[in-house]
Design a protein around this ligand. Sequence first.
Ligand SMILES: [Zn+2]
Length: 275
Amino acid sequence: MSIIDCHIHLNNYDGLNKTENKVLSLEERLNALLESMEDNGIVYSLILSSYKVDVNRPSTSQIIESINLNNVEDKIGVVAGYAIDNHTPDDLINYREWIKDGIIKGIKLYCGYEHHYPYDERYQIVYDMCTEFDCPVMIHTGDAFSNTAKIKYAHPLNIDDVAVDNPDLKIVMCHIGNPWITDCQEVLYKNKNVYADISGLIVGNFTSSGERHYAGKINEMLNYVENPHRLLYGSDWPISNMKSYVNFVQKLELDKESYELLMFKNSKSIFKLSL
Ligand SMILES: [Zn+2]
């Protein structure tokens, strides 16, 4: 069974893939990703660029360049990060061209990491562009991997406003709004233009009690939404371990068709991947 992982990062994170003495280069991180994909049956990954660019966080164009240099366009795609606080005027000009040319597959917003609600009118330019090209916008929801994030901006209920006001926009809520999974579930149920990825529920490996907890929540969500077309598989690697994530999915109560939708078909269709 082929798997698409729709939520991957190539950043260096303190305490994860970065130690005091050794910072992995972008090339080394890309190679580590390809190796982990190979080991776990992941045929395609989407790399999400960050809300800022620095020594640990490559820009969208650096990521695209690195994918091209290594000739791995058939295995790796890019979703471009956009921040109200940290964008340049060129970003949206480039993103428009890259979306048109199929070089980027979506835009990612980092509400919570930056202190703006997803319905802030300064994001509307992104929603309009994504709607024009039928390109999904991914929005961070739920707990954040940073002490400076303010999580009221990342509450999944905020997504309802964006979904209602932009009915033709495809929205992917990242991390099923964890821990506000019930709220995410309602936003999914109510708005047919909203999807959610199951990435980043744990740091590192699932414990067995963590597996039970999250499997229960996701099973409940699938029953409530009554539609296996709305959830996407993603891990949040390197924050979460890929093998542990693939194993976790085996704990869900999924028939064969729902499993294939979650692991492959939904991402292929929403991000319009030619696989
Ligand atoms: Zn992430």
